[in-house]
Each structure stands twice: as structure tokens, then as C-alpha cells.
Design a protein around this ligand. Structure first.
Ligand code: PNW
Length: 499
């Protein structure tokens, strides 16, 4: 090699090195900006009553649908586990609050057990001990500088209401309204953020179509639609009650919650299929509330009507809202609460049994075999899906104020939960890109979950906590995992630590 030639190469290499180092520097600057949380961003952790409280039949509490399912069908739950004791938080809530405080969380999302407040299911008998328990929890939070976010219903309704049809009976709308009034009246002076109903789609598909969750009804193709119909009405009734009776006094907010996967087209050929999946799975509950015209998405009404007809039904399996209800439901949210864990790729085709909501869509959802796994077979780690779905929600629904009310990942139990740290770091980065690059209005983020807890059909096997709970120990000892310390640093610094 001649001297001149090698000199030429060296200069070239130097130039390349220089230019890549400058652009590299820009990336770093850019990255840094994107690692910092906006001022006043709320950091919280979330749990739900049935998954942590225990104390299932004491202090005046009535039986819930989950109590009934786990006791009558232990075969449906991993290891026959129950929530009878769970993390024992009914007795150990002060420890939970101390952990939140130590880690620096500014908010806590918890749910109220409906039958703990109304053991008969109805407002004829209010259980004073149940009322007091949540006052104690809320006071303990506030004394420690932690703002409560209260979910009225996270899947455990009074069994007696289920005996009368539960979410398939449209009287449930008024039973829920009576319950909501009591909660608002009782806690409204202390709680400024309410979420009505956790994950309508999960309730209605798992509980009334597939029958894997309580109340275990297998009514595929009809049950899930009737259930969502009443859940939407119930949500709106609670919202309107707050609006007309409590807002002027308490100045709080009531949000609606949606559980979302990102539905990404496998490639551009399937853009339309992905849009259908969005409308079917997310538009189903969001279009009635956030669109200008209200009601179910037009494409969904059409598709379900067509399929129902082809199957020989006299009318569409999708129930109809009259004009009164369309107007009543439309606009019934002060903020959008988003639970997000994972994504699917969408292609054309069909899936699910006939008839079913799944099948009605006329699309197929698939899992990319390259996606990293977790301990839950449905949950693959897909950070980019988070940004994708946040942008879609903002675009479709006028960029409403949003809170991420659940996000997290499962493992089989370890204190050195590096996979969980990886999940949070990468998902948070995507959320910050959605905030800074796409302008999505996200005000806060609640991780799921503070504690390892009763993971429904998976019992205590799949663990989502940043705090380990020893379920062999009668005292349910809590131990901070590595991810808890990671979160402590992130909150203290107000930015994502990259090491
Ligand atoms: C949520 N999905 O349910 C629930 O709100 C929690 O109670 C639960 O512990 C947590 O997620 C973890 O499972 C989900 O299909 C149900 O994507 C379904 C899905 C995600 C979350």
C-alpha cells in the first residue's frame, strides 16, 4: 500500500469519525432531553382490592364474584390459589404506604371492594367498617404526601348482583350509580381523581364471553357486547352523578379507563386490518365517549350486523344505544386512563369462535416470535408499541389528558429483577418520545404493580410487583426488589437512569 493512499484512507477515516462523533453528540443531547420527565409529572404505583387486601369475609364484607369463583372452581386458578388472604393489605396497608413514601411515589392507585362497602349489593346497608378502612388508607396516604387515585370497580362486584345477571342486567347501571354516589359523597373531599371501571373489555371478554374470569359465563358473541353496553352506561351514570352533585363542591375529576394493546399492521398491506382491530378493541369503548358523534364506531356496527345476519340472527348481536344514551355517554370523561402492557401484529384473516367479538373483527392478531417473553404468555415486551398506541389514542380522540394507570411486566419471582428494569426503562423512553416528539398529553404514570399480588387465573405464580411478597410467610413479608431501588432513583432524579 502506498504512503499517499494510506494517508488518504486515514484522512477519510478521520472525517468519518469526526462527522459521526458530532452527529453522535446530537443524539446524546437529544436522548438526554428525552430521558427527563416533564415538570409536575405524577409518578404512581397501582394495585387492586381483590388482588392485595385479603380479609375476604370479615369486618362486614359481603361475597364478591371473585370470592365465589375461586372457592367453587379452584381448578380454574393456578394451584387453587385464592385472594382470601392475598398480600393481607387490609391489615398491612400502613406498610404499603411506608414503602410508597420511601420510594418517592407521589400517588397511589387502589380500588375499592364494592361488597366491602355494600355487603347486600344495595345501598340499603352501608358497612361502616368498610367505609372506615378506606378512610384510614386515604388518610395514611395523605399524611405521607401521597395523592390517592381511586378506582371504584376492579372486577369484584357483589355476588348477589351477579345472581341477578350482573353486567348483563341493565339494572346494574343504577346499582353501580348508587354505589358510586356513596363513594363520591364519602371520599370526595379527600380524593380528587376517580376512575370508574377498570378494563371494560377485559371484564366483558374474560368474564362474560370466554368465562375464564369471574363470573365465569361463557356467552361468546353476545355476552361481551351486552356487558360492554351496560358498563358504558354505568360509567356514564357515575360520571354524570359526579358532575351534577359533587363537582362544584369537591373540584375533582372522573376518568374513563381503557385497556389497550397496540395493534400494528404486520406490513403496510394490513393497514386497514390494523385500523379495524383498533376500532373493534379500543373504539368499542372509546368512540362512544370521545368521538364527536358518539356511539359505537360505524365500521364495528356494520361488521357485527353483517356477521349476525349471515349467522341467521334476527338482528345484530351488537346492542343499540338510542339517542338519549348516545348523548349521555358522549363526553363523559375528564381524563383518559390507559392500561398498556403489550402489542400484537395484525394481518388479514379470522380468529376466535363463531360467534364472538374476536371473530366479528375479521382480522388475525399474531405475536412476533422475536419479541422478548415474560412469565405471562400473553405479555411480550414491545416498547415501540407503547409510543404507537399513545399516538393513535391522541389522534383518534382529540389528545385528551391521559394518565397511564397500569404498565408493567411479570416474572416468576426474584429480587434481582433486571428484566423488569429493562421493561420499565424501555417503555418509559417510548412514553417520553410520545410526549416530546408527538405531543401526546400524558400527565402521569402508574406502574403495575406495587406488590406481587393475586394475578387472577395465574394465582401467585406470575409476579408483577416491584416489591416481593413472601406468600409462604403468614406475615406476608415485603422485600424491595432491585426494580424498586431503580424506581427510587428515577423519581428522585426526575429522569431515567440509563446505567
Ligand atoms: C390488567 N391484555 O389486566 C389488570 O387490570 C390487573 O388487575 C392485572 O393484574 C394486570 O393487568 C396484569 O395482568 C389485563 O390482554 C388484562 O393485554 C388483559 C391484558 C392486559 C392486562
Amino acid at each position: 500500500m502506498s504512503a499517499t493512499f494510506s494517508l488518504g484512507i486515514s484522512i477519510l477515516l478521520l472525517l468519518v469519525a469526526f462527522s459521526s462523533s458530532t452527529s453522535g453528540k446530537d443524539d446524546v443531547v437529544d436522548e438526554e432531553k428525552h430521558l427527563r420527565f416533564p415538570p409536575n409529572f405524577v409518578f404512581g404505583a397501582a394495585t387492586a382490592a381483590y388482588q392485595i387486601e385479603g380479609a375476604w369475609n370479615v369486618s362486614g364484607k359481603g361475597e364478591s364474584t371473585w370470592d365465589r369463583l375461586v372457592h367453587e372452581h379452584p381448578d380454574r386458578i393456578y394451584n387453587g390459589d385464592t385472594g382470601d388472604v392475598a398480600a393481607n393489605s387490609y391489615y398491612q396497608y400502613k406498610e404499603d404506604v411506608a414503602i410508597l413514601k420511601k420510594l418517592g411515589f407521589k400517588s397511589y392507585r387502589f380500588s375499592i371492594s364494592w361488597p366491602r362497602i355494600l355487603p347486600t349489593g344495595f345501598a340499603n346497608k352501608i358497612n361502616a367498617e368498610g367505609i372506615q378502612y378506606y378512610h384510614n388508607l386515604i388518610d395514611e396516604l395523605k399524611d405521607n404526601g401521597i395523592e390517592p387515585m381511586l378506582t371504584l370497580y376492579h372486577w369484584d362486584h357483589p355476588q348477589v348482583l351477579e345472581d341477578m345477571g350482573g353486567w348483563l342486567n341493565d339494572e346494574m347501571v343504577y346499582w353501580f350509580g348508587d354505589y358510586a354516589s356513596i363513594i363520591f359523597r364519602e371520599y370526595g373531599s379527600k380524593v380528587k381523581k376517580f376512575v370508574t371501571i377498570n378494563e371494560p373489555k377485559a371484564i366483558c371478554k374474560n368474564g362474560y364471553s370466554l368465562g375464564i374470569h369471574a363470573p365465569g359465563k361463557r356467552l361468546s358473541g353476545l355476552g361481551e357486547y351486552m356487558c360492554i353496553h351496560n358498563v358504558l352506561k354505568s360509567h356514564a351514570v357515575a360520571y354524570r352523578i359526579y358532575d351534577s352533585e359533587f363537582r362544584s363542591k369537591f373540584h375533582g375529576e372522573v376518568g374513563v379507563l381503557v385497556d389497550v394493546m397496540a395493534y400494528m399492521p404486520e406490513n403496510f398491506e394490513f393497514d386497514a386490518a390494523a385500523e379495524t382491530a383498533f376500532q373493534f378493541n379500543i373504539g368499542w369503548t372509546m368512540h362512544p365517549i370521545f368521538s364527536k358523534e358518539g356511539d359505537y364506531p360505524p365500521a364495528m356496527k356494520q361488521l357485527v350486523a353483517n356477521r349476525s345476519k349471515a349467522e341467521g340472527f334476527v338482528k345484530s348481536r351488537l346492542p343499540v344505544f338510542d339517542e338519549y344514551w348516545v348523548n349521555f355517554i358522549r363526553g363523559s370523561a375528564d381524563f383518559l386512563a390507559v392500561n398498556h402492557y403489550t402489542s400484537r401484529l395484525v394481518v388479514s384473516g379470522t380468529m376466535g369462535q363463531i360467534p364472538s367479538h374476536e371473530h366479528d373483527q375479521g382480522v388475525r392478531e399474531i405475536i412476533d416470535s422475536f419479541w422478548k417473553s415474560s412469565a405471562s404468555n400473553w405479555l411480550k415486551v414491545v416498547p415501540v408499541g407503547f409510543r404507537y398506541i399513545l399516538v393513535q389514542l391522541a389522534k383518534n380522540y382529540g389528545n385528551p389528558p391521559m394518565y397511564i394507570t397500569e404498565n408493567g411486566v411479570s416474572d416468576l419471582g426474584t429480587l434481582n429483577d433486571d428484566d423488569r428494569i429493562y421493561y420499565y426503562r424501555e417503555y418509559l423512553k417510548q412514553m417520553l418520545i410520545a410526549i416530546y416528539e408527538d405531543g401526546v398529553d400524558i400527565r402521569g404514570y402508574y406502574l403495575w404493580s406495587l406488590l406481587d399480588n393475586f394475578e387472577w387465573n395465574a394465582g401467585y405464580r406470575e409476579r408483577f410487583g416491584i416489591v416481593f411478597v413472601d406468600y409462604e410467610d403468614p406475615n406476608r413479608q415485603r422485600m424491595l426488589k432491585k426494580s424498586a431501588s431503580w424506581w427510587q432513583q428515577v423519581i428522585a432524579a426526575g429522569k431515567i437512569e440509563t446505567n
